[in-house]
Design a protein around this ligand. Structure first.
Ligand code: GLN
Length: 191
């Protein structure tokens, strides 16, 4: 089982180290050939505008869409979650991959609360969550399961083989969300 980390821009190094600590084989994904080696993909936080543009230039957007439609598990964190959404409010040019039945708003916590750290409930346990110029998930379609909330708003959601979270699991020590992702559906048989 090899987990790909989209390594175009953003906090991919941190995701890699978190996975390596869990003894997971990791592959940096910058090109289509990298993605072919992977059984799952994490899209990190960063700047969705930049990642979106480069995904297209590298031709990775179509490849990711087709792999996800074929069952590959994908986890988008923060900017990565923005890229998964079918609808991005005030998108400022970000088109994204339009895969998940959610609408999301960029930089939605406003200036004062640009970044903060808190705890959320995830599967009956407390998990640390770091929000950095985070988006908000405004709406979720019928097939979308809400796995965690902050202030009664969804911050971690799942639809089939897709997971989207508005915070950064790679910046805390908790492994629970990675473990959940690694055990997800399509990829489960590999573990
Ligand atoms: N504000 C960024 C964006 O809109 C996301 C921030 C992040 O990924 N930490 O792309």
């Amino acid at each position: 089982m090899i987990v790909g980390v989209l390594a175009i821009q953003g906090s991919f190094e941190e995701h890699k180290s978190a996975l390596v600590k869990m003894n997971i084989d990791v592959c940096e994904v910058r090109a289509k050939k990298d993605l072919k080696k992977c059984d799952a993909l994490i899209m990190p936080g960063g700047e969705s505008t930049t990642i979106d543009k480069l995904l297209k230039i590298y031709g990775l957007d179509k490849e990711i869409i087709s792999r996800v439609k074929g069952g590959m598990p994908i986890y988008g964190t923060c900017a990565g979650a923005i890229l998964l959404a079918k609808k991005i409010e005030d998108n400022h040019g970000v088109e994204g991959l339009k895969l998940m039945d959610i609408s999301i708003s960029r930089n939605a916590y406003g200036r004062q609360l640009d970044s903060f750290e808190t705890e959320i409930d995830f599967e009956g346990q407390r998990a640390e969550a770091v929000f950095i110029r985070a988006p908000k998930i405004l709406q979720t379609g019928a097939g979308v399961e809400i796995l965690a909330k902050y202030n009664n708003e969804p911050v971690l959601v799942k639809q089939n083989n897709m997971l989207a979270g508005t915070f950064h699991p790679e910046l805390t020590n908790g492994k629970a969300i990675y473990e959940y992702f690694l055990a997800m559906n399509g990829g489960a048989k590999h573990f």
